[in-house]
Design a protein around this ligand. Structure first.
Ligand code: GAL
Length: 937
């Protein structure tokens, strides 16, 4: 990159982004012919049409937000945080209820999702697996695959037929949204952490299929977890073009958020000498395996961790491709969860909460993301000499752009884990001169300092503050620098002659000599300095704290301060138009010469500030009271438990063989999947003739972690037992899962008289296939064996649900008869309350609730469970959609009801199926608001 080109680099960046990515206005515009782009890469970075990009992507799972209307909300939030891309898994199991059947409509309309990323100008790394892991049921492998003989994730012919079917459906959708065709897909990820048990022909074939389906962007792979996981797919058969690495340096013990770096230093390895270093998944949250609650996971992976690890990673590895896992986690609604690690919420402690709220982590992402997507020379750097530190406890490390000389200096504690307060003086040789500058790390911290940077029309020689971003408006450069509250900062700018310096607010000392304008200050609040003359165009320098920096938004090249979120901004003919969220009343300031300000379609009176900006005041949201849940009606079900129940239409469970590697001790095979019942509850009824000698019934069922099964004999409840689980992904296969012994009450089994055993088994979801051994994934669900010789019948989900897909509806009597659906009006239900005691078994409650949330407010609603008593669980249905399962004694009490599923301005059918293992009382059930903002209509 030549020097003259660099001079215009920052301004040009915005222009270029606009050329490549101009987002259409929010209102539907006439479709324009899409521009096609060329993607190339070398050892430094990806390039689009010859211009280098640092890919700064956040992971998003559309399948964990069953509300396409809200995809835009989350993607706009991701974009506003400074991400220029998203990493998207595509979940085979979510789209395919059975072999040959695929659905890409409604909440599964991924073409709509990719139209949105095209429109928002977010680069996409498309990750269709076929295996994705992601703590989804089966790791994304459809449950029907459990009945297909042959090892999954290999070139076994049966599996090959199956995954080719998936790729033939998903690849063409992805292909038509590639950047090369005017869309947003910049890369395609083959498989997922494919190591341990590998088959190069399979890796090769996924890529051959992709190419045949029109994929022409670079193909990537995400290697787990360290060098012991081989191969890396960097060379040899099955190699991809850009091999990447997954890294979770904090591990997942959210109960101990202060224990740092359990899994290492978190520096991304370069796997190929010819491709950029790629942090395909970099930890941005955690699963909550030990049920600490996601707030603790957010702490474990909070701003201090992000500063130290993300910044170290950028400078130490020189990686220019990142996928932060997760930007937004979402919800394991229905039966989406893989049971070993997660529950209904997949909040993940991510920067954007499950209820779409923005957190302190979001602010930190913004601080780093704005830097990364502003400073173009970062896309091509080599290791370079670092400034010398006079304190061994303060470590420095640097990279520089070989063309521009721009330096990026990492300053961190030598001991990454320390909380100490350390100061040092750096002797720093920059392209503009040598400077001795003080730095300080107050607690867990790391900084990236810039030197030798042409910042719009300015020359930044060196600074010990960090750059948030800079823009050029009305012939003036505006730059935001920030640092820790109370810590001193120095910024040196170069001028041909002494410029005029005016401190508009705050306390800043200016001195000039040898072409250097040196500004010294302590970071506190927001200081403003105007610099004019000196042979350069004017500069407005804003010097803030971390918190002040987080109040800025850079949207479509416009710098704004204030509001809770700027979704989009436009400047035209002296009018600034913002689409913004407002959590409270406050000032909004636009850093441009503006006569008129429109926020969410309304005029906001503005005045011109001494900084030459336009400032106005916006109102916050109206308080909204959510209605109480009243008018419940209830009924008790489980007729299946009664001996006289007609089960003649149920499927006989009489198979003698199974594709599962875990064989039952004796026939028949009772596994639910073998009878095509893959999700939720299944019922078994076994008829047998007792000898009279039975004193107990012994059963064995496998439900996945956290599941239970319940047993009735001749209509009498015998009790429940914990279903089996695969305790740990690395543990040997559990061959004696979920044993239960149920004593037979005296007189209940007269010899020779036909008896009926009824068993309700919950399926908590399917194991993943993390280690590609096919054994965990094919672990059965349902009854394994019974001590009585019975003729069994089985019944699960009654029919495919074309709207909600395969994972929403299970096989409870009420589910089979549509009691969860808004369209059904069951008769004969009596006035009831979920808080009244429920006997062992299944009891349903329904009510309707009318909401009246103003259409310019976003109020994420949750269903909240108070304390209750006894062992029970509750399936939550909203307008027919299974939005999760409350488990008594569990960690989750609030269940997200996303708008789209919930109708914010009309009636809603709420149904609860209480499954009690003993006489139990459900605690109070209420609606609660998880936020309240004014938002664009
Ligand atoms: C990775 C995997 C992801 C997800 C993550 C943990 O190893 O690729 O799909 O499972 O771990 O949340």
């Amino acid at each position: 990159m030549g020097a003259s080109r660099l001079l215009a680099a920052a301004a040009a960046l915005l222009t270029t982004v606009a050329l490549l990515w101009t987002p259409p206005p929010p209102v539907a515009a006439a479709p324009r012919p899409a521009a096609v782009h060329k993607i190339t890469y070398d050892r430094y970075s990806l390039s689009v049409d010859g211009r280098r990009v640092v890919l700064w992507a956040g992971e998003f799972h559309y399948f964990r937000l069953p509300s396409p209307e809200l995809w835009r909300d989350v993607l706009e939030k991701i974009r506003a945080a400074g991400f220029n891309g998203v990493s998207l898994y595509f979940d085979w199991a979510y789209h395919s209820p059975r072999p040959g059947s695929y659905d890409f409509t409604g909440v599964r309309d991924v073409d709509r999702l990719l139209r949105l990323t095209d429109e928002l100008g977010l680069y996409v790394v498309a990750r269709p697996g076929p295996y994705i892991n992601a703590e989804t049921t089966g790791g994304g492998l459809p449950a029907w695959l459990k009945t297909v003989p042959g090892r999954a994730r290999s070139s076994d012919p049966n599996y090959t037929r199956a995954y080719r079917e998936w790729l033939a459906h998903i690849d063409p959708i992805i292909a038509r949204h590639q950047l090369t065709r005017g869309g947003s897909v910049i890369a395609y990820n083959a498989e997922n952490e494919y190591a341990a048990n590998t088959d190069a022909s399979y890796m090769e074939d996924i890529q051959r299929q992709a190419r045949a389906h029109g994929i022409d962007v670079p193909i990537t792979h995400n290697q787990c977890c360290d060098a012991s996981w081989t191969p890396t797919w960097a060379t040899g058969q099955g190699a991809v073009q850009i091999p990447g690495v997954d890294d979770y340096p904090q591990a997942f013990e959210c109960r101990e958020p202060d224990v740092w770096g359990t899994w290492g230093d978190g520096v991304t390895e370069r796997l190929s000498p010819d491709a950029p270093a790629y942090a395909a998944e970099y930890q941005a949250g955690a699963i909550d395996g030990n049920r600490a609650g996601y707030d603790k996971c957010r702490e474990l992976t909070g701003p201090a961790f992000m500063k130290v690890y993300y910044k170290s990673n950028l400078i130490a590895s020189g990686a220019t491709m990142f996928g932060y896992y997760m930007a937004y986690g979402g919800t394991n609604w229905g039966r989406l969860a893989q049971p070993n690690d997660v529950y209904t919420s997949y909040d993940y402690g991510a920067p954007i909460t499950e209820n779409r709220g923005l957190t302190a982590k979001y602010d930190e992402f913004k601080r780093q993301g704005y830097l990364v997507t502003t400073v173009e020379p970062l896309a091509r750097t080599d290791p370079s000499a670092a400034p010398a530190s006079d304190n061994a406890a303060v470590h420095t490390e640097a990279r520089a752009n070989p063309e521009t000389g721009t330096q990026f200096v990492l300053v961190r504690h030598a001991d990454r884990k320390t909380n100490a307060d350390e100061s040092a003086t750096l002797t720093w040789n920059t392209p503009d001169g040598t400077y001795r500058l003080p730095v300080r790390l107050k607690g867990r911290d790391a900084k990236i300092l810039l030197g030798g940077y042409t910042m719009g029309g300015q020359r930044l020689a060196a600074t010990t503050s960090e750059l948030l971003t800079h823009v050029t408006a009305d012939g003036r450069d505006i730059a935001v620098l920030y640092g820790t509250e109370g810590v001193a900062g120095t910024t040196v700018l170069r001028y041909a002659s002494r410029p005029k310096v005016k401190v508009l607010s705050g306390s800043v000392r200016a001195s000039y000599g040898n072409g250097d304008l040196r500004l010294d200050y302590a970071h506190h609040g927001l200081a403003r300095v105007e610099v004019t003359g000196g042979g350069r165009r004017p500069l407005l320098l804003l010097l803030g704290t971390d918190a002040e920096a987080a109040r800025f938004w850079r949207s479509d090249g416009v710098l704004v301060r204030g509001t809770s979120l700027v979704r989009s901004a436009a400047l035209r003919g002296g009018t600034a138009t913002l689409r913004a969220d407002l959590a409270e009343a406050g000032d909004v300031e636009v850093f441009a010469r503006v006569r008129r300000l429109r926020v969410n379609g309304e005029d906001v009176p503005v005045h011109t500030t001494p900084s030459g900006t336009a400032q106005g005041r916006v109102a916050g949201p109206k308080p909204v009271r959510l209605p109480a849940l009243t008018g419940w009606r209830g009924t008790t079900e489980a007729p299946e438990a009664q001996p006289g129940f007609d089960d003649s239409t149920w499927t006989p469970a009489d198979h003698t063989t199974t594709a599962s590697p875990i064989k039952p001790p004796r026939p028949p095979v009772l596994y639910a999947d073998d009878y095509s019942f893959h999700h939720g509850h299944v019922w078994y009824r076994g008829r047998f003739t007792p000898s009279g000698a039975e004193t107990s019934i012994k059963l064995n069922a496998i439900t996945g972690k956290g599941g239970v099964y319940q047993v009735w004999l001749n209509g009498r409840y015998l009790g429940s037992a914990a279903g089996g689980e695969q305790k740990d992904a690395d543990a040997p296969v559990n061959t004696d899962p979920g044993p239960g012994t149920f004593p037979v009450p005296a007189g209940l089994l007269p010899a020779g008289e036909p008896a009926v055993l009824s068993v309700l088994v919950e399926n908590m979801g399917h194991n993943d296939d993390w280690t590609a051994d096919d054994v965990r994934q094919k672990q059965p669900r349902g009854l394994v064996t019974a001590s009585v010789d019975a003729a069994w019948r089985i019944q699960g989900t009654a029919a495919d649900d074309p709207v909600r897909g395969p994972l929403s509806t299970g096989g409870l009597y009420g589910e089979r008869h549509g009691w969860h659906l808004a369209s059904t009006t069951p008769t004969g239900w009596a006035a009831a309350s979920p808080t009244e005691p429920t006997n062992p078994g299944v009891r349903w409650y329904r009510t309707n609730v009318r909401l009246n949330i103003p259409d310019d407010q976003d109020i994420p609603v949750v269903l909240r469970f108070g304390g209750g008593s006894g062992r029970y669980r509750v399936l939550i249905f909203v307008n027919g959609w299974n939005m999760g399962e409350y488990v008594s004694g569990g960690v989750q009490h609030d269940f997200a009801l996303p708008n789209g599923i919930l109708r914010p301005r009309s009636g809603n059918a709420l149904a609860l199926a209480v499954i009690a293992e003993e006489t139990a009382t459900v605690g109070p059930v209420t609606l609660a608001a998880a936020g309240n903002v004014r938002t664009p209509r």
